[in-house]
Write a protein that binds this ligand. Structure first.
Ligand code: MLT
Length: 396
């Protein structure tokens, strides 16, 4: 008899699960966050609604250290990040050479590639923290250079990650205090969503071949760029604007409901509703509705979002085949960002990426340096299934 401990059977995989985008397949043990279909995401055991309003750096600390920091630890961690924050000026010079036709996510991928080429150390933890610390300057300059808002604004890392980014963005016409209030929460709630979401999975897969942290994050951001993943937040604001145009900008529940019914009947969809894993309202959406009521409750597009939350769910629920008729994180994020002065939806996935870099980098550190007693997860190499194809020979 074998002495090997009995292993828990996690999943039985049947043939009909093949070619379903790995749905239902376990990918890895994830230590940073977990997604429950009913309760949504928790960070190291803390429900997202409990940590959504903590300091952005405390959330990063939580994902990296698996504990919330004490006041002293937080002060030291913020100082550590601030000490790493200076972006190599050659990265900004290179950004200035990029074509404006490129999508901001393509600029982000290029920027991370330049950062890797010029400043990587090859250590997953160091490079992860450096990337987190330097991304505010990178992102702020993607906006400024691509939009022609003027010369880069000098970084003040002592302000904090989000505060410094808002300072360096210098968004024309925006109220920096309000934008900061929004982006602090936005940064925390978008940071991590388990290990199976496409960008995180992709980043970890690339890192498993021992490509460095920067290259892994470039691949992760390419995954996030897809409209079925992170770029959905761009499309959501475009959809909310469409609802607003079609209903004459009136915050009228019946008009919104009529639009939704018409849209679904004519093959359209309700952007920002449903989710691959969640089966209830996304708590990250709930956090944003609450914040929206506080900071831009009268904003016309936010009002439309609030009505879509009510009427959209009502209409979707009538279709018993729909597993999740509830809003997800993207349903309202664009309207809040728009109300706080960042009005071009093309940039919204970059803001998502700004935050998700921290979660993916933390998960990569866990897989490379902690998993399997520190040996790390081997190179990803899942099995494939032959499709009834006999072996053939070229010559006879
Ligand atoms: C999300 O944040 O909702 C995701 O990255 C999408 C997912 O979990 O698959």
């Amino acid at each position: 008899m074998s002495d090997a401990p009995t292993q828990k059977v996690l999943f039985e995989i049947t043939e009909d699960q093949v070619d379903t985008g790995l749905r239902g397949f376990p990918t890895s043990f994830v230590r940073t966050s977990a997604v429950d279909p009913g309760d949504g995401v928790s960070y190291v055991g803390y429900p997202i609604e409990d940590v959504a309003f903590i300091e952005p750096e405390a959330a990063v600390y939580l994902l990296f250290h698996k504990n919330l920091p004490t006041d002293q630890q937080l002060t030291a961690f913020k100082a550590d990040l601030a000490g790493r924050a200076t972006l190599d000026p050659r990265v900004i010079a290179l950004l200035g050479t990029l074509p404006k036709e490129g999508h901001p996510m393509e600029w982000l991928m290029a920027g991370l590639t330049f950062m890797g080429m010029l400043t990587k150390t090859g250590d997953f933890r160091e490079d992860g923290l450096n990337m987190i610390a330097r991304s505010p300057e990178l992102i702020a300059n993607i906006f400024r250079l691509r939009e022609g808002w003027g010369a880069p604004i000098t970084s003040k890392p002592e302000l904090g990650l989000v505060e410094n980014m808002v300072h360096m963005l210098g968004v024309p016409g925006a109220d920096p205090a309000k934008l900061t209030q929004l982006l602090r929460v936005y940064y925390v709630i978008h940071m991590d969503h388990g290990g199976g979401n496409l960008s995180t999975f992709t980043g970890k897969a690339i890192a498993s071949g021992l490509a460095d942290q920067y290259s892994s994050l470039v691949g992760a951001m390419a995954a996030l760029y897809g409209p079925l993943h992170g770029r959905a937040n761009q499309e959501c604001l475009e959809f909310v604007k469409k609802v607003s145009d079609a209903t004459g900008g009136r915050a009228d529940g019946d008009a919104v409901e009529a639009f939704v019914r018409h849209e679904l009947a004519t093959g359209g969809k309700l952007y920002g509703f449903g989710h691959a894993v969640l089966r209830a309202e996304d708590p990250r959406a709930r956090v944003q509705y609450t914040l929206g009521n506080e900071i831009c409750g009268d904003d016309p597009l936010f009002r439309i979002c609030a009505l879509l939350r009510e009427r959209g769910v009502k209409v979707l629920k009538e279709n018993v085949k729909i597993q999740n008729p509830y809003p997800n994180v993207d349903a309202v994020s664009g309207s809040l960002t728009n109300a706080c002065g960042l009005t071009d939806p093309e940039y919204y996935t970059v803001l998502f990426g700004f935050s998700r870099i921290a979660g993916i980098a933390a998960q990569i550190v866990d897989e490379r340096l902690v998993a399997r007693g520190g040996k790390g997860v081997p190179i990803y190499r899942p099995e494939d299934v032959k499709k009834d194809q006999p072996l053939r020979r070229l010559n006879g």
